[in-house]
Design a protein around this ligand. Structure first.
Ligand code: PGA
Length: 251
């Protein structure tokens, strides 16, 4: 089954209001008229509405970099699904390895976030990935299975169709070390098989699985040529319009 490619830029903790508006405008210009692939930007919370405003006439989707499971209340420092939607967002990155590693978010909390996003109508982009130590100990598939099974606990088949998965090996994020296209494909195929076991083959075949971890202008074409790689979640190379635009236009 052919899935529409999705090129996503995760701006992490970068960009002031002015920088974000400039970058969004440039990306809007270079992706105008592109129909055969989707583009998504995940700017910091503080500029979600500005970026959405700059891109209001484009098809670019806006995502937050995290989301709370509750829609309002005493959750200092969190952001609710409705807040994200009211700022123009339609999706949320959840369980990014920086959230897992630096802020100690575990599969249970990540699952609550996934469920919250779905309940309030945001597309969850569930990030999974093994550390270098886990890979070296040959625990990659065990770790990923736990992240998928626990992260998606309670997610119905109907909701799974709306969900996006991003495989981001921790050792490849921001390090310049990409997984080889063969390594990435092997994991993507594994994840798709696991989803087929948990749901049904048709659902597994329809879920977009993005690769992330040092995606750049030189490796994007090879990665995107893999059968089970449906897109990229890009950090560093998404902060410059020139490189992100080249990534969007992968061949
Ligand atoms: P990177 O980040 O492209 O800078 O490695 C990817 C990510 O963390 O989403």
């Amino acid at each position: 089954m052919k899935r529409k490619p999705l090129l996503a830029g995760n701006w992490k903790m970068h960009t002031t209001v002015i920088e974000a508006c400039h970058l969004a405008a440039e990306i809007g210009r270079c992706s105008a008229g592109i129909d055969d692939r989707d583009v998504l930007l995940a700017p910091p919370f503080t500029v979600l509405s500005e970026v959405a405003h700059v891109l209001k006439d484009s098809k670019i989707m806006i995502a937050s970099q995290n989301v709370c499971w509750e829609d309002s209340g005493a959750f200092t420092g969190e952001i609710s699904p409705t807040m994200i939607k009211s700022a123009g967002g339609t999706a949320a990155i959840i369980g990014h390895s920086e959230r897992r590693q630096i802020f100690h978010e575990d599969n249970r909390m990540i699952n609550k976030r996934v469920q919250g996003a779905l309940k309030f109508g945001l597309v969850p982009i569930l990030c999974i990935g093994e550390t270098l130590e886990e890979r070296e100990e040959e625990r990659t598939f065990i770790v990923l299975t736990g992240q998928i099974r626990d992260g998606l606990a309670g997610v119905s088949a109907g909701d799974m169709k709306k969900t996006i998965v991003a495989y981001e090996p921790v050792w490849a994020i921001g390090t310049g070390k990409t997984a080889s296209k063969e390594q990435a494909q092997e994991v993507h195929a594994f994840v798709r098989n696991l989803l087929a076991e948990m749901y049904e083959k048709d659902i597994a075949d329809s879920v977009r699985i993005l690769y992330g971890g040092s995606v750049n202008v030189d490796n994007v074409d090879g990665l995107m040529a893999q059968a089970d790689i449906d897109g990229a979640l890009v950090g560093g190379a998404a902060l410059k319009a020139e490189s992100f635009c080249r990534i969007i236009n992968f061949t």
